[in-house]
Design a protein around this ligand. Structure first.
Ligand code: MN3
Length: 213
């Protein structure tokens, strides 16, 4: 199988009380597990695509055969999105961000609270299922965007620095229909070290490109 479900980097119960154990179990094993299984099934007849990283498939969906394009978009997106999601959370996380991300937030949003409010607001307003993101743009700026379903910003040429899952499966058992409550609580498990690493990756990819302009 070319793609594998990555293990959770902590126990199912580690993000309590922000995210309950049963949600974590179902979300990781069943939902993420199904995205991986469906992605592998779609690639079965296309051995030349099996060695490609999921981000490379999603970066150029037009290069994916039409017969499996929607499946790769949805399930490859689901795989990539959740692989990030588990890592940008951690037990006893949260607090004020540190490191490079602070400068980015200040420059773009003024201060952390305004950033958080705009991110939560965008997440609360997205109709249906999807994700809210802080993305890096080709010019080096950052921006809050939302995507529907399991679309990853990489398909639009944007780099996903951090994102929160707005599907009901991410919060419904504990928060029911109160998505804004989940969005507000989520900041208590955010892993800023990992997000800073992702920001570094964005910048590392960016600088060679900018140097050629
Ligand atoms: Mn999910």
């Amino acid at each position: 199988m070319p793609h594998e479900l990555p293990p959770l980097p902590y126990d199912y119960s580690a993000l309590e009380p922000v995210i309950d154990t049963q949600t974590m179990k179902l979300h990781h094993d069943m939902h993420h597990g199904a995205y991986v299984k469906n992605l592998n099934a779609a690639l079965e007849k296309y051995p030349n695509l099996q060695s490609k990283k999921v981000e490379d498939l999603l970066r150029d969906l037009d290069a994916v055969p039409a017969a499996i394009r929607a499946t790769v978009r949805n399930n490859g997106g689901g795989h990539m999105n959740h692989s990030m999601y588990w890592k940008i959370m951690k037990p006893r996380g949260g607090g004020e961000p540190a490191g490079e991300i602070v400068q980015m937030i200040k420059k773009t949003f003024g201060n952390f609270n305004d950033f958080k409010n705009q991110f939560n607001d965008a997440g609360a307003k997205l109709f249906g299922s999807g994700w809210v993101w802080l993305v890096g743009k080709p010019g080096g700026e950052v921006q809050i965007v939302t995507t529907p379903n399991q679309d990853n910003p990489i398909s639009q040429g944007l780099f996903p620095i951090m994102g929160n899952d707005l599907w009901e499966h991410a919060y419904y058992l504990k928060y029911n229909n109160r998505r804004p409550e989940y969005l507000a609580a989520w900041w208590n498990v955010v892993n800023w070290e990992e997000i800073n690493k992702r920001l570094e990756t964005f910048k590392a990819h960016l600088e060679p490109e900018l140097a050629h302009r």
